[in-house]
Design a protein around this ligand. Structure first.
Ligand code: AHR
Length: 653
């Protein structure tokens, strides 16, 4: 390189500004909160999509355990060659919810074996205990069941057996055993030994180590990911699954409570929804039913937010409508759900809750009527629900759908109607590109403060959809983080918010991006998970004005900020998103009569590369960096990393 070129290059480098701009000066009015916020604002959205429940958080390892899938042998393979008529699928129409069972006829006592493939294999862990169980009846004397857990190479890594006793009524049998190796895609062999006949059902394998070690419970690691977020609420069971492709496949909560073996399974609507992601083996067994949802919510300190069908099937599918004069059963379902959740144990549904193990009420406060429904037919049905619910249960807030999009004709129509109706909470959904999230940060600034509250019930920043699988990049997550400053700033209107969908199984997803990815053994959070967690673990009770030149920090120079005060913990919490590729120096002047303790905690999520994401190999590629910092009284000066979300927690005396 010639001398002159070297000089020019050096000059160019030295004139490249180190910071995005000169220091910015923010003012924080700690003593003049602009409104109250719900400390339960940041929650989670749960739907049985992407194998979220069956094959996911519901820890059952056997697929089609009761032979109730449309094809009764789906998931099963016969291991032996047996005479015709040895295995028969019996349909006993008197058995509530679960008519089919497997009849075994083996007069000559030949060896019989079945294999279950699990949900994309079975994940088992070395040294952990598993419980095999089944229901049986009319077993001939001496008949036994032996089970082997196999790894991917068909090596037996765990085994157990149990005897079947005779009896004309259904009995249950179980045995516990440990496995000697970890396998991500194991299988279960079920050997039926001895001669004679037997009828079998509910052939099941669970880890005994589940969330709170509840028998036949939930996957511990997956619930832990949620518990770590300290979510304010759990919305369940969806999502489109509430609506169903048709009314027959809508979610009916009553079919998901009571004895597990009586819960009638149905096809999961995501079984067929996306042609490019077919999942013919995706059914809802409802082992995770409404009782378990309420329990999970309680366990992790979240409010339960159920959403019920409003008498309409998914309008993207059949759009079937219940005639208005037949809507009563749907409304009754809502009334009965309130009784199930909150009613005394002397009531029909309160008694069922108690019989299932929870005499105390679940303290339901909110109920959704419809998911992504729209049009006058929805308004008509919603009004009928509202009339009865307001009359009988004025204490329950009603959440209503504003359709599928955050704008457009349908949204405008519904928004007006719902406001006229004085609905309590409007559920808004937005699956949009990062640019939308960045430019919509002031969306709620002008919303009517006296009107309904808003529930940002489903949202995610999509970098590549609809043309490809959405990647959960740092770009997507940071745009969400920026948008969430706008929600927090308007938390007097936006009462709740939840990212969607929650879980995606790497071998069984239909929709992406998702907040948390799992395989059969592990789970990891996406960058969006880290953002959500940072918000939900740094929530407050009061909205604190934070301004730059007299205006909210809502994208000027690619900066976004909000502040809240947590009156319980006595902390001022400031959030700043720097969406620049350079660091930013910021000064915060905190106006307050209160004293601030100098020791603060600063947590940063940052990466200069917006395209990065996390994975099983690098789950913490983006992770919070927590520092204890000392600031100078009410004047804070700090540097904020390029492409970062920073949360500063300041104790107030
Ligand atoms: O979150 C995935 C789907 O997106 C939900 O089921 C539905 O409500 C929305 O369209």
């Amino acid at each position: 390189m010639k001398k002159i070129e070297i000089l020019l290059t050096a000059l160019m480098v030295s004139s490249t500004p180190l910071f995005a701009q000169s220091p910015v000066n923010f003012k924080v009015d700690l003593d003049r909160p602009s409104g109250k916020m719900s400390s339960d604002m940041w929650g989670v959205f749960f739907e049985d999509i992407n194998m979220g429940a069956d094959g996911g958080i519901y820890a059952e390892l056997v697929k089609n355990r009761s032979f109730e899938f449309d094809e009764p042998w789906m998931g099963w393979k016969k291991l032996t060659k047996e005479p015709e008529g040895t295995f028969l699928i019996v349909n006993n129409s008197k058995r509530k919810g679960n008519p089919r069972s497997l009849k075994v006829h083996n007069p000559n006592g030949i060896q019989l074996g079945l294999q279950n493939e699990g949900f994309r294999g079975m994940g088992v862990k070395k040294g952990e205990q598993y419980e095999f169980s089944l229901l049986f009846k009319q077993a001939s004397a001496g008949m036994r069941i032996r089970v082997d857990v196999l790894n991917e190479q068909d090596k037996v890594i765990g085994t157990s057996s149990l005897s079947l006793s005779n009896g004309s009524d259904w009995q249950s049998g179980s045995s516990k055993f440990k496995v000697s190796e970890t396998a991500a895609k194991g299988k279960l062999n079920v050997w039926i030994e001895g001669s004679g006949d037997a009828e079998l059902d509910m052939i099941s394998l669970f880890p005994t180590e589940t969330w709170k070690n509840r028998p036949k419970g939930l996957r511990k690691d997956m619930v832990q990911m949620l518990a770590d977020m300290k979510p304010g609420f759990i919305r369940f069971p969806g999502g489109c699954i509430v609506e169903g492709r048709d009314l027959a496949s809508r979610f009916q909560w009553k079919k998901t409570v009571g004895p597990i073996e009586e819960r009638e399974l149905i096809i999961n609507r995501w079984n067929t929804e996306f042609k490019h992601r077919p999942a013919p083996d995706y059914f809802q067994t409802f082992g995770l039913g409404f009782y378990e949802y309420f329990l999970m919510a309680e366990d992790i300190g979240a409010k339960a937010v159920p959403i019920l069908n409003c008498g309409m099937a998914c309008q993207f599918n059949t759009g079937e409508l219940v005639p208005m004069d037949e809507l009563d059963t749907y409304i009754q379902d809502a009334l009965d759900l309130i009784e199930f959740a909150n009613g005394p144990v002397t009531t029909t549904w309160g008694k069922l809750r108690s019989d299932m193990g929870h005499p105390a009420p679940f303290n339901l406060e909110m109920l959704g009527v419809g998911n992504e429904n729209w049009g006058p037919q929805y308004v008509e049905r919603l009004a009928a629900f509202k009339k009865v619910l307001n009359d009988k249960h004025p204490e329950i807030a009603i959440i209503a759908s504003s359709g599928t999009d955050p704008d457009g004709e349908r949204f405008a129509y519904l928004d007006e109607q719902l406001r006229d109706m004085k609905i309590d909470i409007i559920d808004e959904h937005y699956y949009r590109p990062p640019s939308w999230f960045l430019s919509s940060v002031s969306r709620y600034d002008d919303y009517d403060r006296k009107g309904p509250k808003v529930f940002a019930g489903e949202y995610a920043s999509h970098t590549t959809r609809p043309n490809g699988p959405g990647r959960s990049t740092w770009e997507a997550a940071l745009s969400e983080a920026a948008f969430l400053t706008g929600l927090e700033r308007n938390a007097d209107v936006v009462q709740m918010a939840s990212y969607a969908p929650l879980f995606g199984h790497v071998d069984g997803w239909q929709w992406s991006p998702d907040l948390i990815w799992v395989d059969n053994l592990q789970a990891y959070g996406t960058p969006s998970y880290q953002v959500q967690k940072l918000y939900s673990t740094h929530t407050g009770t009061d909205i604190i004005p934070l301004q730059w030149n007299g205006k909210a920090v809502a994208g000027q120079d690619s900066l976004f900020a909000s502040a809240v005060y947590d009156s319980k913990a006595k902390e001022l919490i400031i959030k700043l998103v720097n969406y620049n590729n350079k660091p930013v120096q910021a000064n915060f002047e905190i106006n307050s009569q209160k004293k601030l303790k100098p020791a603060a905690v600063k947590t940063t999520l940052a990466n200069p590369d917006l395209s990065i994401t996390t994975s099983f190999e690098e789950p913490l590629k983006i992770q919070p960096k927590v520092e204890e910092v000392k600031y100078n009284g009410k004047k804070i000066s700090d540097t904020f990393a390029p492409y970062s979300l920073t949360v500063i927690k300041l104790p107030v005396q």
